[in-house]
Design a protein around this ligand. Structure first.
Ligand SMILES: *[C@@H]1O[C@H](CO)[C@@H](O)[C@H](O)[C@H]1NC(C)=O
Ligand SMILES: *[C@@H]1O[C@H](CO)[C@@H](O)[C@H](O)[C@H]1NC(C)=O
Length: 202
């Protein structure tokens, strides 16, 4: 019992050390998450410069953010649990991001994305499910709104609209065709939840 406690304690100290060396945001809770620097504050929003990053994703066409995210999450979870060409378990990283491309008639293409842990970024195992693929994001500028609580279709839409209106008001040039939403917490984390919406600098 005591031994177990010490092992857990050592693991936690290692994680927090690793996090502090990288100066990782606290909302990543010690999991690998994409590296960025904040270059500007605009109202309540952040302008971030992201380094290039690797993700595994799947696109779902739906009229519901929540439904698409749930469906995509299941497939991606199978992938990290071993549904990949190397049959390896890949540690969970953060966040789960969703690229949202609105389509005519109220539907959207939701590409649900798991961030690939740093140790696997240069050698990302190929998914066995043909509907999954590896996605490389280039270095980019993101305009980011941050909020707590649980994400829903309504919250996602409201927060994205607020962000778009603010960026338009401040004359920021951003890509109009799509946006991102990102969740950093498992469903069972009730307090201190962290979510984001991103627009990409044009
Ligand atoms: C939406 O997704 C479908 C299926 O993945 C794809 O064929 C289509 O080109 C996508 N549309 C847009 C606008 O991205
Ligand atoms: C990539 O990782 C897999 C699983 O860890 C390993 O089997 C494979 O040899 C690696 N390939 C390269 C090119 O490093």
């Amino acid at each position: 019992m005591k031994m177990k406690f010490l092992v857990v304690l050592a693991a936690l100290i290692t994680l927090s050390l690793a996090a502090s060396i990288r100066d990782e945001p606290s909302f990543c809770h010690g999991l690998d998450c994409p590296k960025y620097t904040v270059t500007r504050k605009i109202d309540d929003y952040e302008e971030r410069q992201y380094e290039p990053s690797k993700w595994v994703g799947t696109t779902i066409t739906s009229d519901s953010y929540s439904q698409a995210t749930e469906e995509g999450f299941k497939k991606l979870f199978d992938y990290i649990e071993g549904a990949n060409k190397d049959g390896i378990k890949i540690p969970m990283a953060s966040p789960v991001a969703v690229k949202i491309v609105p389509l005519p008639q109220g539907q959207s293409n939701y590409t649900v994305l798991f961030f690939v842990p740093f140790a696997y970024q240069s050698n990302t195992s190929i998914p066995t499910d043909p509907t999954l693929s590896i996605a490389s994001l280039p270095a980019l500028t993101a305009y980011v709104g941050q909020f707590g609580g649980y994400m829903s279709d309504k919250v996602e839409q409201e927060e994205t609209t607020k962000l778009k209106n603010a960026m338009t008001k401040y004359g920021v040039q951003f890509v109009q065709q799509y946006s991102f939403a990102a969740g950093y917490d498992p469903p069972f984390r009730v307090i201190g939840r962290h979510n984001e919406v991103w627009l990409i600098g044009a």
